[in-house]
Design a binder for this molecule. Structure first.
Ligand SMILES: Nc1ncnc2c1ncn2[C@@H]1O[C@H](COP(=O)(O)OP(=O)(O)OP(=O)(O)O)[C@@H](O)[C@H]1O
Ligand SMILES: Nc1ccn([C@H]2C[C@H](O)[C@@H](COP(=O)(O)O)O2)c(=O)n1
Length: 416
């Protein structure tokens, strides 16, 4: 059951706040207390600096509304605030308590304008947004509910109290059924909940309903090819189709192509549910086709889970769910392939292939730094997925050599 992630009356003091102040380091953790506490050096860097400090958190019992409001606020903050404003991802959570995370943002405004207050004032109209401001006095800093007009009473001051790192990074606590789905029903429910705001959801659910999975007993082998973009999946899967006389399938399947752009523009909850359902449609196709010939699949559940986890988890690779986490387990109701191969190439070679394909250089280079963190997390998440785990293939050699290497693996593992 989903626990309500809300700031209930009196609950603030049992919560930990985390601010992603520097994505390459641990978040800054703090709790609240009614007595003044001296700030640590790291906390001084955030709270002791000049500027106005605010945080805002999105809370609603309606998860679709919560996800959309969070995405809209993120967009507004990045498009409205000036360069003198730093915006950090922030969250509040109860340590190790699944689904306790309330996501939000921390704003440090060093400008002399009232732009951030004006924006907060607009956002305040939404009853799903809860705002705090931070005030300093010597070595102390306190948090209070933010209001642009009414003076805040001393008694509601909650002093910032440095806290130690949590055992599980907060961004891992809400992954189940928000970013990664472990049954078709859970993903299906998300799209059912958004049929009013996204009419295309109905058409997608209809396509899911029309699929009837056929059991793959006595079937030909099913081989999935996974990897980051430009690692050579298309090149290899097409060569395998030829050489093995196989059927080539993709996830998401072709019948979802026209909906993809629409769902890609939605927040992770909705977007990931869409891709999860795509896997179940592909599974039904695999069930049918594997009765006739070997099946090669270009991306499947490994991609869905690895990208979702890597996007949900902020910052460093160390923040990923632990190796033994249940989050890496294959869904019990999804057809399992016989073999999953993960194509890997070094970052320089991948970049060369992207460039040869004509991706815009400036955008690509500007994003390189951020992409590097993301790429590492996707690859690591791929490698941690279990039942079935993937076998890593070095895809740096020529297409012909990669094909031969993979053919050998298929012969050994699937006796084809
Ligand atoms: N083994 C290889 N050596 C050199 N270049 C390759 C190799 N395999 C593929 N390429 C080239 O790299 C580029 C990306 O390959 P491809 O489209 O097969 O990757 P992909 O993984 O399917 O990418 P995406 O997921 O983005 O669709 C293409 O220009 C392709 O010709
Ligand atoms: N089975 C799948 C396939 C794709 N995705 C998502 C993950 C990435 O965001 C993107 C990559 O697809 P590509 O651009 O290579 O077509 O699509 C997924 O979640 N599950």
């Amino acid at each position: 059951m989903l626990r309500r992630a809300m700031f209930r009356c009196g609950e603030l003091c049992s919560r930990v706040f985390a601010v992603e102040f520097d994505l390459r380091a641990e978040p800054l953790y703090f709790t609240l207390s009614s007595s003044p506490q001296v700030l640590h050096h790291d906390h001084q860097r955030l709270f002791g600096d000049c500027g106005k400090l605010f945080s805002l958190h999105v809370q609603s019992e309606n998860r679709i509304e919560k996800a959309q409001t969070h995405a809209q606020i993120k967009h507004k903050l990045s498009s409205t605030l000036s360069r003198d404003c730093d915006v950090f991802e922030a969250s509040s959570f109860i340590p190790d308590d699944e689904n306790s995370v309330v996501k939000g943002f921390f704003i440090r405004d060093k400008s002399t304008t009232t732009l951030s207050e004006d924006l907060l004032n607009t956002l305040r109209q939404s009853k799903t947004v809860c705002m705090f401001s931070y005030k300093r006095e010597g070595q102390y800093c306190w948090q209070e509910l933010w209001s642009p007009v009414s003076p805040v009473k001393e008694s509601v001051r909650q002093y910032i109290t440095p806290a130690t790192a949590a055992k599980h990074h907060p961004s891992t606590l809400n992954i189940r059924n928000s970013d990664v789905f472990y049954s078709m029903d859970e993903a299906y429910k998300v799209l059912q909940e958004c049929t009013d705001i996204i009419p295309e959801s109905k058409a997608v659910l209809k396509l899911v309903d029309e699929q009837l999975e056929i059991s793959s007993g006595d079937a030909y082998p099913v081989i999935v090819i996974e990897g980051l973009d430009a690692t050579g999946k298309t090149t290899l899967t097409e060569a395998l189709r030829e050489s093995l006389n196989a059927t080539l399938l993709k996830s998401p399947p072709q019948c979802l192509t026209s909906f993809r752009q629409r769902f890609d523009s939605e927040p992770p909850l909705i977007r990931r549910a869409f891709y999860a359902l795509g896997n179940y449609i592909t599974a039904a196709h695999i069930g049918k086709e594997s009765l006739r010939a070997p099946v090669i699949v270009d991306r499947y559940w490994h991609s869905t889970a690895a990208y979702a986890i890597a996007t949900a988890v902020s910052g460093r690779v160390e923040n990923l769910p632990r190796l033994d986490s249940e989050l890496y387990q294959w869904p019990g109701d999804l057809l399992q392939p016989n073999l999953v191969l993960l194509l890997t190439v070094n970052p320089e070679e991948r970049l060369r292939r992207l460039r040869d394909r004509g991706q815009d250089k400036t955008v690509e280079e500007a994003e390189l730094e951020l992409n590097q963190l993301f790429r590492l997390k996707v690859e690591e998440a791929y490698k941690r997925i279990q039942n079935p785990a993937c076998i890593i293939v070095d895809a740096s050699p020529s297409p012909q050599e990669v094909l031969q290497q993979v053919q050998r693996l298929i012969r050994n593992k699937c006796h084809l």
